[in-house]
Write a protein that binds this ligand. Structure first.
Ligand code: GLA
Length: 372
């Protein structure tokens, strides 16, 4: 029976992924601790659903039967047992592979791996047996003369053929204008850029590359500007808050990428902000766009299902500045008066002709604007 995956990812997928915090340094005990921390910190309640292993989970060799197997030192209890642990705690289980002859970890001398290209059906069945609910499918390794569409379609079809509903996350870095075709071949999300780093410049560079892509996003298929760096060492709290607000406006998949076992209260408050997440998860599924650029000041806006508009006033630069946009630019439904709710402070105030704020350097003001 082929899986019907049309009901999946109606809103951007949310979860946690091991890469940004741990890179190749992962193991089963640590992932179990992370899973527990996601419960204790209310991340699960906030909507983070997928606990996802990124690269370096696998043994260096396939078995004699050519099957994938977890690294026995790092995952001595096996990959299915880890999936059970994750499921028992109310999460879905995500894993990583690559649409080539090896995964990206192969770049590290001590981590040879086997990719899934030409092994798709067997590997999809292995994943289904392990209870996998989400596959991040990368682009490293030799492509053996297959074109990208074919490489991704092979795995997405193989997963469907197992009968298991799996969310399909295509990680081909925006190399092939994936936004034009990834949904057609079966992906629910597709990366639009190379990797994010935990620097303000990286966040902004990735943000800029989302311009022009919004029309391709919507329920069931999302542009993916890469995982969150919120709470990682290279970003300040205000930069993390800005990064998170912008990813909410972009209707981006929200994958926390920090060590949630050790996060501070400020990081947790950012990642679990219900009002911001409601913007990201809005059922209309519209990706927000840049409405104005004025030096380092920018305005990004996302129309919401109830007629409200989420507005993110961004200050890219270091010194405090005014950022504003005319209310008439927001295509709000007619109303006698409008009100702004600050999604970080929960304060509400009346707006007349402009939505504006004095925004400190490397920060945002994030509002929901609607009829008063
Ligand atoms: C690529 C991907 C990253 C991560 C690493 C793992 O660079 O884009 O997100 O999965 O591989 O090696």
């Amino acid at each position: 029976m082929t899986a019907d995956t049309t009901g999946l990812a109606r809103t951007p997928p949310m979860g946690w992924n091991s890469w940004n915090a741990f890179r190749c340094d992962i193991d089963g005990e640590q992932i179990r601790e992370v899973t527990d921390a996601l419960v204790e910190s209310s991340m699960r309640e906030a909507g983070y659903e997928f606990v996802t292993l990124d690269d370096c989970w696998m043994a260096h060799e396939r078995t004699d039967e050519d099957e994938l197997v977890g690294n026995p030192e790092r995952f001595p209890r096996g990959m299915a047992a880890l999936g059970d642990y994750v499921h028992e705690r109310g999460f879905a289980y995500g894993i990583y592979q690559s649409a080539g002859t090896f995964t990206c970890a192969h770049r590290y001398d001590d981590y040879p791996t086997s990719g899934s290209l030409t092994h798709e059906q067997a590997d999809a069945e292995t994943f289904a047996d392990w209870g996998v609910d989400f596959l991040k499918y990368d682009n490293c390794g030799d492509h053996l003369d297959f074109d990208a569409r074919e490489r991704y379609r092979r795995m997405w079809d193989a997963l469907d053929a197992t009968g298991r509903s799996v969310v399909k996350s295509q990680c081909s870095w925006g190399e092939y204008e994936e936004w034009e075709w990834a949904r057609e071949v079966g992906a629910h999300t597709w990366r639009t850029t190379t990797d994010i780093h935990d620097t303000w410049d990286s966040v902004l560079a990735i943000l800029d590359q989302q311009v022009g892509l919004a029309e391709h996003a919507g329920p069931g298929g999302w542009n993916d500007p890469d995982m969150l760096q919120v709470g990682n060492d290279g970003l300040t709290t205000s930069e993390s808050r800005a990064h998170f607000s912008l990813w909410c406006v972009l209707a981006a998949p929200l994958f926390a990428g920090n060590d949630v076992r050790e996060m501070d209260a400020a990081t947790r408050d950012i990642l679990t902000n219900e009002a911001a997440i409601a913007v990201n998860q809005d059922p209309a599924g519209v990706q927000g766009t840049r409405r104005k650029r004025d030096g380092d000041g920018e305005v990004w806006a996302k129309p919401l299902a109830d007629g409200d508009v989420a507005v993110c006033l961004l200050n890219r630069g270091e010194s405090t500045r005014e950022v504003e946009l005319g209310v008439d630019q927001l295509a709000l439904p007619d109303a006698a008066a409008y009100e702004c709710r600050d999604l970080w402070t929960d304060e509400a105030f009346a707006v007349e002709d402009v939505v504006g704020a004095t925004v400190p350097g490397h920060d945002v003001a994030f509002y929901r604007v609607g009829a008063a």
